[in-house]
Design a protein around this ligand. Sequence first.
Ligand code: ARG
Ligand code: ZN
Length: 876
Amino acid sequence: MSDPQPVYLSDYQPPAYRVTHTELTFDLDPAATRVKARLQIERQASVDATTPLQLDGEQLTLHALLIDGAPLANSDYQVTEQGLRIDQVPASFTLESDVELSPQDNTALEGLYQSNGMYCTQCEAEGFRRITFYPDRPDVMSTFKVTVIGDRQREPILLANGNPVEQGELPNGRHFATWEDPHPKPCYLFALVAGDLHKVEDHFTTQSGRKVTLQIWVEEENLQKTDHAMGSLKRAMAWDEQAYGREYDLDLFMIVAVNDFNMGAMENKGLNIFNSAAVLAHPDTATDNAFQTVEGIVAHEYFHNWSGNRVTCRDWFQLSLKEGFTVFRDQCFSAETNSAPVKRIQDVSFFRTAQFAEDAGPTAHPVRPDHYIEITNFYTLTIYEKGAEIVRMLCNLVGWEAFRQGSDQYFQRFDGQAVTIEDFVDCMAEASGLDLSQFMRWYSQAGTPEIDVHGEYDYAHGEYHLTLRQRTPATPDQVDKEPLHIPIAMGLVGTKSGQDLTLTLDGEKLGRQAVIHLRDDEQTFVFTDVAEAPVPSLLRNFSAPVKLHFPYSREDLAFLLTHDSDGFNRWDAGQRLAMLALDDLIAAHRNGVEKVMDSRVVEAFRSLLANAPADKAVLAEMLTLPSEAYIAEQQPIVDVDAIHAAREFIRQSLAMALRDEFMATFEANRSDDAYAPIPEQIAQRSLKNVALAYLVSIEDEQGLALCEAQFAADHNMTDVRHALTLLVHSDRDDLASPALKSFGEKWAHDPLVMDQWFSVQVSRPQADVIDRVKYLMAHPAFSLKNPNRVRALIGAFAQNRVNFHRLDGQGYALLADVVIELNRLNPEIAARLITPLTRWQRFDETRQELMRSQLERIQREPLSSNVYEVVEKALA
Ligand code: ARG
Ligand code: ZN
């Protein structure tokens, strides 16, 4: 077999044939489902009559093929591994096909597959070609009429996109349902679900007064876990009307929960399919975090109805057109429904850890890649989250009013079309009158820009000089980088007044906060009328996805931590202060020198606890040290053990120095109120639980007792899970073992809770973890075929810095074993799981060797194109 070949953006050609209408009939059977397709096909006027018809199709057995009712002879067409080719076709015709496929053997979870006996589909990006022969590309849009035939008993519920139009009985205990979707759509938005499902139903009246029926379909035992998703859906529908003027466009909107699902969820027209973990939530089984995730994903998929479905992507290189915009939309929605500064802090802290790492590694790619081998490998943090940061910058550059105008224009002009990123940005340029041509480089240039900033106060002239220099490091196949247009929101905080000073630039008064535009490699900005020496507060609210370096002293940072008017930068000053202390401790650990705690960090934390900001969730974030993964990102060579030791040292030093303060914070924030996933309660719980974590880190007897009591009280999953984690991650196995046991027994019937039980155990720092992983892989609740289980056990283990990176290489070998097995079962998940191994360049030589040798071992296997592409890049 030849190596998989890349596809190039520059090779894009519009489709030669369009499908104007699609009729499908599914006769469901676990091993031999039959799919009959009737496609109305038209040759594009500009296309030569001799152009053959090429349809995509994989793993399909073709039983019949007809054009305008006449069967084709074998010599009229060719079937390959990739699809079907018919050399001679009329300009306009009906193509009928009848194919067979086996949902029960589909462990890749792309196309039509079975999950817990239920039939479901995942077609984005290229899954539809596993259902029928079709031009499986997003720029072919068609109306659909779909009939599903199933067993009356086993599949009482038969769903597809759009509106139900007919249903009835058939011989042999079979029945059918027919659905029609009036909105032309690309086939990646097709969906079908059939099984023994139960629904909750609600309604939403749109701003123009149309009543929409909302349904959430789940397995019967999950009916009581749907309230939060339904509430979130209604909030999202209202928000999209109010914020973007977007109304829902069908009479029915359905969500289905599926246990086996590769990603979070999928925005199929009118029939969103969700990973059960992304839709089900109940106070007894889901944490605050899970509630917020559900809300965000329900909103995200709903928002796709416009940003993705009504206006879709021309080709998969434009994926960020819908994903970046939709993530930005869901982030804004969640910020408004929860605490806005905390949402931003959490998003950015994740982004700077995970996306920066991706941008610095061998799989780095632009937000609009120019080539790929396997598109499912490109559902990445870069396409999604960096894409969202770019849209956020655009929004800030042009201002909300112009952004909204541009968005209205985009939806109106391109409704029903498959378009490009330029089409979107052009609307913004038109609405604002701004020249965004340099800005477009954000889409084509990979890597994280670094900005070195130098600031100087000129006492004599009352001026502040700010010099910024940008550079973007080379990334795979992009060595030379051009300067980007980088908006930097900033203020100058007066060291005497502690206030933002009025900014005057080039004689123009800009107010107390301004956005400066860095466009050149180097630029100097001179602020005049600066009456007192300031500390600059730069990149406020993370105004651009860059690494900004400024030689802040610890005094500067302590000052910003209390005085910065920007909540995000107050938090960031605390993180930077902790990072300086961590750097010293990491060095001390490496040099075998005694570790000494920086008293400035202690004092900063003391004053935070004494003068708590009003938003408790913000305080909880400020009291949280940078994660080991984030610290690792800041080091030239990652020293796993030194990072762990340094962070533990700071944590415990803070806990010892501020023991009474943490105890008081814990006590002040306990509550017996009935659980609700509302911002005030979430904030209070997170603050209380941060305090408890400090107390348990030093095995404070009273703290441990409180932790045990919190576990035993069983008030809500957030508190129970947190207490369990603290016990299991402590050295007190006498307390951890009984807690783990009772938790495991209590929740044995609930896979989503068992996922938490798996993760907690394999993320502890103790050295027994590798054996636990192996032991748990044989647990009856575990299965390699279920992506959630794999993520909970194997994925969580690979995030366990000290244990995954063991010097004997056992962690790497275990991950490679799983990747090799999953490569056969589920290539998409296998390829994702490799990520930590691809970061080998960041470690010491011994680990580099060990990691590379596992990658090479994987490379010797017969590989799916997914795994092939990732391993190839990692070893290049
Ligand atoms: N469009 C979906 C979402 O972001 C994700 C689909 C991912 N599909 C895949 N095969 N990776 O909501
Ligand atoms: Zn999406």
